[in-house]
Design a protein around this ligand. Structure first.
Ligand SMILES: [Zn+2]
Length: 225
């Protein structure tokens, strides 16, 4: 037992949930990756590279610092480590990252189009827009830079052009919930666009209100420790 076991178990449990619900685009593969920030340190727990989800065990989860030095684990960490580090450095409010290849949201990765605010509960959790991060090769430093550039909008989900999505959360439960809410809103938005009808989006005073509420809830969480 080490102090990291709880983090490893949490990453594995939520990764399995995402895999079983089809969020990685294949059940037998190892696409996508999940991480959590280690409380009180510049370190994180992240899924390994190339280990199929059907075979992943707690000891496969890697513990790394923000310079990518290995603290625990023998597997190669996810190839998207730089992207995860960029998020943890750029967004102190984020303690968990879920990168998936989920189907409906990936429609917007190939039509290269952001998803506007369409539903109250989605806007409350994700923010006023799901913006598109420009394409760069998987695992490249350029991709991490492109992600870092978009983070300041403060939203919790992003489309990654011709790739997949990035979902963030104050907790890993919230990051998974955001992946689920994103899939719902993407499915409905894609169907709505296909009707050729005008799309009704949330009014600006509603999105402003939810932005404020989201920020207040984070401030409250921080005060509560
Ligand atoms: Zn990916």
């Amino acid at each position: 037992m080490t102090r990291y076991n709880e983090y490893k178990n949490s990453v594995l449990r939520h990764t399995m949930w995402l895999s079983e619900h089809g969020y990685f685009g294949s059940v037998m593969g190892s696409g996508g990756n999940v991480s959590v920030r280690i409380e009180g340190g510049n370190a994180f727990a992240i899924t390994p590279s190339g280990v199929p989800y059907t075979k992943m065990a707690p000891h496969d989860i890697c513990i790394l610092d923000f310079e990518k030095n290995r603290i625990e684990g023998t597997q190669e960490p996810s190839m998207e480590c730089d992207m995860h580090i960029a998020v943890y450095k750029g967004r102190p409010d984020v303690n968990a990252i879920v990168h998936t290849h989920q189907n409906k949201a990936s429609i917007f990765a190939v039509i290269n189009r952001p998803i506007p605010a369409l539903f109250d509960e989605v806007c409350m959790n994700i923010g006023e827009i799901v913006d598109v991060i420009p394409y760069a090769l998987s695992g490249s430093l350029q991709l991490a830079e492109n992600v870092a550039f978009k983070l300041e909008n403060g939203c919790n989900c992003y489309i990654m052009q011709n790739h997949g999505v990035l979902c963030l959360g104050h907790t890993i439960e919230k990051a998974c919930l955001n992946a689920e809410l994103l899939e719902k809103t993407a499915a409905i938005y894609a169907d709505a666009l296909s009707t050729g009808q005008d799309i009704s989006t949330l009014p600006e005073d509603t999105t402003s209100l939810f932005n404020l509420l989201r920020k207040e809830s984070l401030d409250g969480t921080a005060k509560d420790g």
